[in-house]
Design a protein around this ligand. Structure first.
Ligand code: NAD
Length: 242
């Protein structure tokens, strides 16, 4: 099975990667649904992450939102893992047309990937809700225990991440659909494929091979040509070894 991926990567171009939180667990960032994921971490508020990371909760309790967000969603010291680096190299070799990610951590770009579509936004972009002034991640980190406020107008700063109850950016969705539609090989990795509409992107694939790499089963396993169970970093890096 692993040799099959090796051969596929050797022979293919027009590959697209679609990933999720599992791509970054090897960088020390917890996902949602693994044993060490955020669902299992009992928050002080005893609410599921979807509730705390929702638009309504953000508006009603920004101080609680930010307490959770800064502690659990921002990992300023995280470095790209082997999976991120391998994908960046595949792009450099002209084999990979792009990465579509549900992650907000920016690690693909840090690894050198140029073509990254961030379906759920990024912790690295933040905007004042009143005057739309831009703030980097540092501004959120420097707000310490407080809700970050705009230094120009005093408005509240909101991370450019798609919260639950919010719509995805239509332009990013359209670009992602086009990328999936034009891929010959689609590698899906480190995602439970439980979060829609992101997961439904797979339905647009009309290429030759759908590869799924995940530690645990997903609802799309039966549609895949190749299913590989294990750590995505190990599997991808082994597949590109000579
Ligand atoms: P998820 O937690 O629902 O699923 C992660 C999947 O990855 C699980 O099925 C798990 O078995 C698998 N996995 C974990 N580590 C792996 C590894 N090293 N190799 C292979 N598989 C591994 O995550 P999701 O599907 O991305 O959906 C959750 C939502 O949470 C997304 O919308 C995402 O935006 C958000 N999120 C992002 C981050 C981040 O930016 N790093 C972290 C947590 C949650």
């Amino acid at each position: 099975m692993k040799n099959e991926l090796k051969q596929l990567l050797r022979e293919s171009s027009d590959i697209v990667f679609f990933g999720g939180a599992g791509t970054s667990t090897e960088s020390g960032i917890p996902d949602f649904r693994s044993d060490a994921g955020l669902y299992r971490i009992s928050t002080e508020l005893l609410l599921p992450p979807e509730t705390i990371l929702s638009h309504g909760f953000f508006k009603r309790y920004p101080e609680h939102f930010y307490a959770f967000y800064k502690l659990q969603m921002i990992h300023p010291k995280a470095k790209p893992g082997v999976a991120h680096v391998t994908l960046a190299n595949l792009e450099l070799q002209g084999k990979l047309n792009g990465v579509i990610t549900q992650n907000i951590d920016g690690l693909h770009q840090m690894a050198g990937s140029q073509k990254v579509l961030e379906l759920h936004g990024s912790i690295h972009r933040n905007y004042c809700m009143k005057c739309h002034a831009f703030y980097p991640l540092q501004a959120i980190l420097e707000s310490n225990d407080e809700v970050p406020l705009c230094t120009i107008c005093g408005g509240m700063i909101k991370p450019d991440v798609v919260l639950y109850e919010e719509n995805l950016d239509t332009d990013i969705i359209e670009q992602s659909v086009r990328a999936v539609e034009s891929a010959k090989v689609l590698i899906v990795g480190g995602t439970s494929l439980m979060v829609n509409p992101a997961a439904s992107l797979i339905n647009y694939f009309q290429g030759d091979k759908l590869v799924l790499i995940n530690r645990t089963p997903t609802p799309f396993d039966r549609s895949a040509d190749l299913v590989l169970r294990g750590n995505i970093g190990e599997i991808l890096s082994e597949a590109v070894k000579d």
